[in-house]
Design a protein around this ligand. Structure first.
Ligand SMILES: [Fe+2]
Length: 192
């Protein structure tokens, strides 16, 4: 009913006859493009923030596997930033970072964990937990961006975003392996 009156959700206004009973309007590409750019700015800020946050985590980590995983992901993060610059360039835009509140919160949570725990397996488990939350946020962001790019027909952006999405998933899996291999086993030995 609302749809029929407001015309906000259907195309049956303006005297135009819609074919069949179409209730779904594709989002205008200009709106989707704006959303795409906003999300890009958001993840660009997030990745930059991570280049400062990951070294802190690395400093507080004890397990060599975890240190290696963080070191490796720091290198990847620098490459991901370069890749984002290319995505901006592919749509003729300069790279702009806009503060990502979600990532800021996730990094704060990681800081809090590291402040509260002493170095060792428990702290490692906390760092892994915080890192995986970060990875999952990134996976969600890049998955969305990749889909937007595909819908918008931005082939170069799709390819670049897909590469990073795979890296983020692999980083998440690596953290799971580190956790299951050693850290969590050690953590259970510690008295709380
Ligand atoms: Fe990343």
């Amino acid at each position: 009913m609302k749809d029929q009156k407001s015309g906000s959700m259907t195309v049956s206004q303006n005297g135009k006859q819609s074919k069949g009973n179409s209730k779904h309007i594709p989002m205008k590409s200009t709106q989707l493009m704006k959303l795409f750019q906003d999300e890009l700015k958001d993840i660009y800020w997030a990745e930059k923030a991570l280049t400062k946050a990951i070294p802190k985590m690395k400093k507080n980590a004890t397990s060599t596997d975890l240190v290696d995983a963080l070191e490796n992901h720091l290198e990847e993060t620098h490459e991901q930033i370069e890749r984002l610059v290319k995505v901006f360039a592919s749509i003729d835009k300069k790279p702009i970072a806009e503060k990502c509140d979600a990532m800021e919160g996730l990094i704060k949570e990681a800081d809090g964990i590291m402040e509260e725990c002493e170095e060792g397996p428990m702290c490692d488990a906390g760092i892994i937990s915080a890192s995986q939350k970060i990875e999952h946020y990134e996976i969600a962001s890049y998955g969305t961006l990749r889909q937007f790019a595909e819908t918008l027909g931005l082939k170069e952006a799709v390819s670049l975003l897909e590469t990073t999405l795979k890296e983020e998933k692999a980083a998440d899996q690596k953290l799971t392996k580190v956790a299951t291999k050693a850290v969590n086993v050690e953590a259970t030995k510690e008295k709380v």
